[in-house]
Design a protein around this ligand. Structure first.
Ligand code: XBP
Ligand code: MG
Length: 243
């Protein structure tokens, strides 16, 4: 194993319930909009990756027309991103328990670290800098760099290309079905560390599924990579995984 590519939201950080969801509600309130995303229903909204795409899908479901959404969503999402960054700065978004120790073990073994997220670079960089140190990860690829977000494999194909490694030497660590499908479609083995929002996701094809980073040893990642059957991973078929 020569590199591990980490997803961000839900993986390196437990950032959805008390982060992106809260920032979205604060933005709705500032814009005088009646919408609020409660903890439970937000899980279903996460099926759509990308905050802007998620807002479009939700507001369309609330009956808002395309033209109004095209005008509103970039402004609303921009403010939400600032509010999320403020939550990060205020220490409201932390690393998932156990992930820092694993990052240290991976680096001590001379294995490279990279990031591939659907989230926006505007908050990804300050978050990585504050919680982990930015320089540890290369490349850092975000939703801004790809034409299509997960479950499309684009971000993982680009990360693999920039790493300059063979797929068989690289492991992905994700939290969700969308992330797993993206990694598999890029021909990469993928370990899934589920969280409260993703514990019931369909995760067949994962090289390993655990529910915490605590006690997850580097040896377990290396074993998962060596035993993963990446020959039969289906290419991305354009459809989101069944939920
Ligand atoms: C999760 C996402 C992101 C975040 C919100 O990304 O789908 O869209 O929910 O961030 P990942 P933005 O799990 O791939 O890290 O609003 O900036 O998109
Ligand atoms: Mg994720």
């Amino acid at each position: 194993m020569k590199a591990v590519i980490f997803d961000v939201d839900g993986t390196l950080v437990d950032s959805e319930r008390d982060g992106h969801r809260v920032a979205s509600n604060l933005a709705f309130e500032e814009f005088g909009l009646p919408y609020r995303w409660d903890v439970g229903p937000y899980g279903a909204l996460l099926e759509t990756t990308g905050g802007q795409q998620r807002l479009h899908r939700y507001l369309e479901g609330e009956g808002m027309g395309q033209a109004e959404r095209d005008e509103l969503v970039p402004r609303l999402h921009g403010r939400k991103t600032e509010l999320f960054r403020d939550l990060v700065t205020a220490g409201k978004v932390g690393p998932r328990p156990g992930v820092e120790a694993l990052l240290d073990d991976i680096e001590r073994a001379g294995i490279r670290l990279a990031v591939a997220t659907t989230g926006s670079r505007a908050w990804v960089e300050p978050l990585l800098q504050r919680l982990f140190g930015l320089d540890r990860f290369s490349p850092i690829l975000t939703g801004d760099e790809v034409a299509v977000r997960k479950p499309d494999p684009g971000v993982y194909l680009q990360a693999l290309d920039e790493l300059g490694l063979n797929a068989g030497d690289v492991l992905v660590v994700e939290d969700s079905a969308n992330g797993l499908v993206a990694a598999r479609a890029a021909g990469l083995a993928c370990v899934v560390v589920v969280n409260d929002y993703t514990a019931e996701h369909p995760l067949d094809g994962a090289a390993l599924v655990v529910d915490t980073f605590e006690g997850l040893e580097l040896a377990a990642l290396e074993h998962a990579l060596s035993t993963a059957d990446i020959r039969h991973f289906p290419m991305f078929d354009g459809l989101a995984p069944p939920y």
